[in-house]
Design a protein around this ligand. Structure first.
Ligand code: FAD
Length: 381
């Protein structure tokens, strides 16, 4: 008998498993895919670590989370500086003084501020995303950076989208082109999968094991279930299905050492069907005569496909709350799928650490003692 059966080996499941194992609990992880690491999984392609489910840059302001992940990997000092490609021109991104110089020739914060002010279109009460952006930054920035990209990402015209899906348009009136403003940023050297192997060291993991397909048997193996899959599937879609945005990845190998000179280029033209090209070796430089580039295509999600981005509208939100209320007492739900939320990795790690700490306190208080709760702490190798 296990204390915890953990469904999913992404960051939520793996961090929880590590913490509880170190606290002396017996954990079993089941993962439906044939690999560990959830969406952070990387695959070794002759020395290049390919981010199979989209590029993952680790960034956080939390020193505790940054220290935590360093137990399992050394991180490179990578910082994310994507470029934008629009109608044959390349631009610095996120929008900063260099971008505005490339667009308009302005070169000081004051010149940029004045030009932006002149570009804004006066719209009294913007009623949709397009109007809101035009009123904030004007037509040229909207068309170059936002219109096509948003249309592809959401599969709808920005006129049909609420302004709330983009909370702010980050425009920096400095030359800083570092995408993330966080205190810590990097990529685990050796790839994420190596990090997960260390994180799960000593924890039994069954891959290719779908919890739902074998639910009764697996449930009987543990006192508590930590579920990181989607709740609608857990409850057999009794109340309905959540909507998601999907992604399709087209991976190409090129016989050149360097294909695009940077980790990511955003393609903002509406007629280019992909939104990004990602060249993986720029995350962790390696000398190879080949390179791997992935084109990323947003898709409308169909039942049974991988779920990437939740669509957090009222209907989906209400459905999520109803499913949460149905969760059995011995279940803990966590992570992006079960929460129906977009989370960055550091948020998921912080949340798993918090839930594990609560469980450890709960057992330490003797409410339901774990048989092995006082076992010596084991550290990951
Ligand atoms: P997941 O990684 O999805 O893990 C859940 C696991 O549960 C999966 O492996 C799944 O197969 C398994 N599972 C589900 N149901 C079952 C079942 N029934 N039986 C067995 N196993 C099951 N975050 C960043 O911080 N930086 C980035 O640059 C970044 N880039 C991203 C790019 C893209 C395209 C996307 C979509 C996300 C990105 N993220 C990024 C977010 C990051 O992927 C998540 O924060 C992280 O993967 C969440 O971990 P998780 O454990 O919640 O979920």
């Amino acid at each position: 008998m296990y204390d915890y059966l953990i469904v999913g080996s992404g960051f939520f499941g793996s961090v929880f498993a590590r913490q509880m194992t170190d606290a002396g609990a017996r954990c079993l992880v089941v993962e439906q895919r044939h690999h560990i690491g959830g969406n952070c999984h990387t695959e070794d392609n002759d020395g290049i670590h390919v981010h199979k489910y989209g590029p993952h840059i680790f960034h956080t302001n939390s020193e505790a989370v940054w220290k935590y992940v360093h137990q399992f990997a050394t991180f490179s000092r990578f910082s994310y500086r994507p470029k934008v490609h629009y109608r044959g021109n390349f631009y610095s991104f996120p929008i900063n003084l260099m971008t505005l110089y490339q667009l308009w020739g302005v070169s000081t914060p004051q010149q940029a501020r004045e030009r932006l002010e002149a570009e804004r279109i006066k719209i009294d009460k913007p009623s949709n995303l397009e109007e809101w952006i035009l009123s904030m930054v004007g037509r040229q920035i909207y068309e170059t950076f936002i219109y096509g990209y948003t249309r592809k990402q959401w599969g709808r015209d920005p006129k049909e989208l609420p302004a709330s899906i983009i909370r702010r348009i980050p425009i920096r009136l400095t030359w800083n082109d570092d995408y993330f403003n966080d205190r810590f940023c990097g990529i685990p050297i050796g790839g994420y999968t190596q990090l997960f192997k260390k994180l799960l060291h000593g924890v039994p993991v069954e891959t290719g094991a779908d919890f739902i397909a074998d639910r009764e048997k697996l449930e009987s193996k543990a006192t508590k279930i930590v579920y990181t899959g989607p709740l609608d599937r857990l409850f057999e879609y009794q109340l309905g299905t959540h909507d998601w945005r999907g992604l399709r990845f087209k991976q190409r190998t090129h016989d050149v050492a360097d294909y695009q000179g940077v980790a990511a280029i955003n393609h903002t033209e509406r007629d280019v069907p992909y939104t990004r090209t990602v060249e993986h070796k720029h995350f962790e430089p390696v000398e190879t005569s080949h390179t791997v580039v992935t084109e990323e295509y947003p898709t409308s999600w169909k039942f049974g496909q991988e779920m990437y981005y939740p669509i957090n509208n009222d209907t989906n939100e209400q459905l999520q709350q109803k499913y949460l209320a149905m969760l059995p007492a011995n279940y803990i739900a966590g992570g992006r799928l079960a929460s129906y939320r977009y989370f960055d990795m550091h948020q998921v790690i912080a949340s798993a650490l918090q839930v594990a700490a609560k469980e450890i306190r709960y057992h330490a208080a003797g409410v339901v003692p774990l048989p092995s709760v006082n076992a010596p702490r084991r550290r990951a190798a």
